[in-house]
Design a protein around this ligand. Sequence first.
Ligand SMILES: NC(=O)c1ccc[n+]([C@@H]2O[C@H](COP(=O)([O-])OP(=O)(O)OC[C@H]3O[C@@H](n4cnc5c(N)ncnc54)[C@H](OP(=O)(O)O)[C@@H]3O)[C@@H](O)[C@H]2O)c1
Length: 342
Amino acid sequence: MRALVLGGSRFVGLSLVQELLERGHQVAVFNRGQTAAELPAAVQRLQGDRKDPQQVRAALAGRDFDVVYDVSGYVPEDTGIMVEIFAGRAGHYVYTSTAAVYERRWYAPVTEDFPYNEVEGGDYARGKIATERLLLQAHRERGFPSSIVRPWMVFGPGNPLPAREQLWFRRIGRGRRVLLPGNGYTHMQYGHVRDLARAFVQMGGNPQTFGQSYNVTGPDLVTMNGYVQLISALTERDVEVVYLDVPEAAAAAAKDRNLLPFPWQYGRIPSIQKAKEDFGFWPSYNAEQCTADTYRWYKEQELDTEAYDFSYEDQLLAQYGGDPKRSGRITASGEMPQVGGG
Ligand SMILES: NC(=O)c1ccc[n+]([C@@H]2O[C@H](COP(=O)([O-])OP(=O)(O)OC[C@H]3O[C@@H](n4cnc5c(N)ncnc54)[C@H](OP(=O)(O)O)[C@@H]3O)[C@@H](O)[C@H]2O)c1
């Protein structure tokens, strides 16, 4: 198929380009040309700023694609113009949304019919919700062939959010104590970027997915203690943990977003059954394999030697460490942690 990736030069979009090429598809990307990327010569490069309607029209109007993958749209204006341009010219329009569009619930799994929440996810979620609405309305009213993908946290080689993986590797690999919220038993779920790319490709051009939304992530859950344990095993280092209670963790995370870069106050656990039923997608990387693959890349890139200013963490560790009720130990060999306070 002839595919266009809006974005395409980093992480999610770049993995999608690689997956499309490996499966023999013809690929074009549209971006500003600012993010450095080594794309194979076979990839057609279309250039422009999607915030500027004139540039978008100049680069994209009059072109036909079997599938357009919108990986870089955040607000409805980014995508509204694409709907205008690609009506009748794109066989399928796949939009990258996010799990952050959902309301938090006290039960799981989150299925695609769960309500939106426009308050909790801030501007990011509001922009994605408004864009989803625009695309679903265009499908309902004009038959525009749109689909929505809602990834949970995306991990893997090339992750541009260093706090989510690289910083944990660095802390633990250097034998530092780590801070976790509560007792470390909040569950989280993440998926490998290459699995997400595979889901995109598998659904491309499938009319059953038009007008539909899909959760996409990994197949299993891990607690925050468990995440630390996976890294403890990879780095072959036991880890001393200092647990912060919820108000302490909230205050610390408000000062430094890199401390707890996950939704840690609640677990948001999805069902990914709909993607399996409609287009046969099932992730191939579980949490452990995903983290191991990212760690392999991190070592290969020699990112473990990069400097990071841990002074705020050191301040918190000096303040809260040393209290047996807050202390835990997570071992590389994987016994369950002894959480202070029972
Ligand atoms: N990471 C996660 O955990 C997570 C979870 C859920 C959903 N998501 C979604 O996944 C997507 C992330 O995609 P990504 O990692 O590929 O990167 P991204 O940061 O969304 O987009 C970067 C790409 O878009 C291009 N771009 C940026 N601004 C542009 C503009 N004004 N006009 C044209 N092109 C522009 C960049 O190239 P140039 O700089 O050269 O223009 C680059 O190719 C997002 O939609 C995000 O909401 C991510």
